[in-house]
Ligand binder design. Structure first.
Ligand code: SF4
Length: 249
């Protein structure tokens, strides 16, 4: 992004759309737009995007993803329909992969979720897939390799293997996986994995170290127990002080 781009005002803000949800331009033909609405103002881009769906690969992928989306709800024959989801994501991934004819999955996981990775691996094997799995610390490369100093490690004074998402991607590529399933990679490590993975990727769960891997919990509670997240950063706060400092103090 150039400095001119940064000065440009953001135009598209669907998250702040002022039109009642079911009445929006993107929700029904003839619906109303909000300021900067891409449905009405980005027609050229929309046409460009639709052309991409014409490639057989994208079309099949998108078609099965949307069929799978529908199949995650039960009782759709009843009218008026009351939404009733029935499938957890672990099953949604399995059924989508089966629809796509994938045989080999890659479980790309964080060391902090090693138990969950073992369970997920068993689950997908029982469903008939071959499963390759690669943990983030694979390679045993010290964090110093990417320029970290000792005080930037979690366990100072010790060897600490760096998370190695580029290696994880390369190993998964070499294993010839059809579909990667990410499990708990750190923010940024996941981005690098996406950048280097050759097969398409999805996410089974994202890591949240303090909410049992449910990052939205902090958002849901941001008006009460997590209100402190919105407050200015206090260097002296016990929440931000390293354990060694607080025990010393
Ligand atoms: S696409 Fe348009 S109508 Fe839909 S949420 Fe965005 S601004 Fe609102």
């Amino acid at each position: 992004m150039t400095s001119t781009d940064k000065k440009k005002k953001v135009k598209v803000q669907c998250a702040k759309c002022s039109v009642e949800f079911r009445e929006r331009a993107c929700m029904k033909p003839g619906g109303g737009p909000s300021a900067g609405c891409p449905t009405v103002s980005a027609k050229n881009l929309l046409a460009k995007a639709l052309r991409e769906y014409q490639s057989p690969e994208n079309r099949e992928f998108a078609r099965h993803a949307s069929i799978q989306e529908g199949e995650c709800y039960s009782g759709r024959e009843r009218q008026p329909y009351v939404i009733h989801p029935v499938k957890p994501r672990i099953l949604e991934i399995c059924e989508f992969a089966q629809k796509m004819g994938y045989r080999r999955l890659g479980i790309i996981f964080c060391a902090g979720l090693a138990n969950e990775a073992a369970m997920a691996s068993d689950f997908y094997e029982e469903k008939g897939f071959q499963v390759a799995s690669v943990m983030c610390k694979a390679g045993c490369v010290p964090k110093e390799e990417i320029g970290l100093s000792d005080h930037e490690k979690i366990f100072r004074g010790n060897h600490e293997s760096m998370c190695n998402p580029i290696f994880q991607a390369m190993v998964a590529n070499e294993e010839g996986v059809d579909f990667n399933v990410l499990l708990g990679l750190c923010v940024g490590h996941d981005s690098l994995f996406f950048k280097y993975a050759e097969a398409p990727s999805t996410v089974l769960a994202v890591k949240d170290r303090v909410t049992g891997h449910n990052p939205l919990a902090a958002l849901y509670l941001s008006g009460s127990y997590y209100a402190w997240l919105k407050k200015p950063y206090h260097k002296e706060s016990v929440f931000f002080r390293p354990i060694s400092d607080s025990s010393a103090g």
